[in-house]
Design a protein around this ligand. Sequence first.
Ligand code: N2P
Length: 347
Amino acid sequence: MNRRRFIASSAAFAALSSLPSCKKSGGAQTLTIFTWSDYLKPEVKEKFEKAHNCRVVIDTFDSNEAMLAKLDAGASGYDLLVPSSYAVQALKRKGLLQTLDHSLLPNLKNIDAAYLPKALDPKMEISVPYMTAPTCLGYLASKVSDAKHSWTILDRQDLKGRITLLDDMREVIGAALKVLGHSLNSTDPEQLAKAADIAIVWKRNIAKFENEQYKSGIASGEFFLVQGYAGDLMQAADENEDMRIFIPEEGTAFSCDDLCIPKDAKNTALAHQFIDFVSGPEIAAENMESIGYRAPNSAAYSHLTEDFRGSEVLFPPDTVFARCEPIADLGDKLPLWTNEWDRVKNS
Ligand code: N2P
């Protein structure tokens, strides 16, 4: 299945995969995954189900904060979570994750050794890198003339009401911090206040803050410029040839989402099997090409098409990558950010 069919089928897929599950269906085990939408090739899911005689049920979240809030509110029943690395650290602090059993994960040898030293859990004690991607801007070339590859394009009045930004403080205030030349993980109150002021100006120019519908929205021409995750934008670009994607010149968030097992998981062995399955070279490559994200899996790279390897947003040149940053766990500084985000939202 190529990405072209992904967006069209994702709603139906989500509806099917969210059907209430019985823990056993025909004696088979159920693996319940809490993850982002359109983040696992349906055929890869089916292959795993067949190989392990089980059923995979997917529940989705659209931001790390939404995932953390749901778990904080007591949601349980998940066997596997797919948070970004900084949110894995937050879950770890809360004591919600299991230590992984490496004897069940032979494919960990495939994980990119050049990536691991930069990971927040370099020994993969509680999490295994799944997919990485930068947060980008995507636009329609026929609607946005002279597109400057900068976050400042969000100020353009000719695009008023045709822009969406992610409904995610780390992404929006983070982008504004980059415009100001600061780290997107700043906890300096003055820098944060200035960044929130920029986000307030952007808010007046956009249609909405939104995390999922922007894909079909830009593919259909409803929106002209959207902030989104590289793979989601690539899925949309497969629907509309007019779309262009870029990493803003000031830099952006380059995040990794990781596979981890909650302490209260019912099917720990199956969860390990899933982590190992998607970390196999061929499966990792097949999954990547379909969802448009990059697994830091060196054994998979030789299985990728040249076209995919040539993607400048997924495999950016060193000079561009140097301006990207992973999102860090804010720890007890979190309220500084939530207060500024509330100010943006209530403005
Ligand atoms: C997948 C979204 C991935 C989110 N649809 C990037 N952290």
